[in-house]
Design a protein around this ligand. Structure first.
Ligand code: CO
Length: 134
């Protein structure tokens, strides 16, 4: 059911500093900042030859990323995103298998303007998984 690895997301305390680090120290190509109010984050994408890295900064204290950074003050790996062909079919299969979808269970619009869902980390080896319809 899952396809390509779309991106790995890293929570950061300062998106500007993290962007400079990836651009100037690691020599990567980094996108412009996008604000995703529905997800409570500012985001940039680091474009790698075979995948992407998503750098996430909380918009404010109510952001889910703010609570993650409270537990991981240096930042850290937050989620991985796999591609799926059909988010509705994928959701139905996962729920039937006993997996929990975070929030109200319905797809939200992700950073690429495509529908996404997040799966409960306790159901997937302690890893927060995002599925994105491509
Ligand atoms: Co993501």
């Amino acid at each position: 059911m899952i396809g390509r690895l779309n991106h790995v997301a890293i929570a950061v305390t300062n998106l500007n500093d993290a962007t400079k680090l990836y651009k100037h120290v690691l020599g990567a190509e980094v996108s412009e900042v996008q604000q995703l109010a529905e997800h409570g984050v500012n985001v940039v994408f680091v474009n790698l030859p075979n995948s992407k890295i998503e750098l996430l900064e909380p918009i404010d204290e109510t952001s889910p990323i703010a609570s993650f950074l409270a537990k991981n003050p240096a930042g850290g790996m937050h989620h991985i995103c796999y591609e799926v062909e059909d988010i509705t079919t994928a959701s139905q299969k996962l729920v039937a298998a006993g997996a929990r979808i975070l929030g109200d269970g319905l797809p939200k619009t992700g950073a690429h303007g495509k529908p996404v869902i997040f799966l409960h980390p306790k159901d997937f080896n302690g890893t927060l998984i995002e599925l994105e319809q491509v």
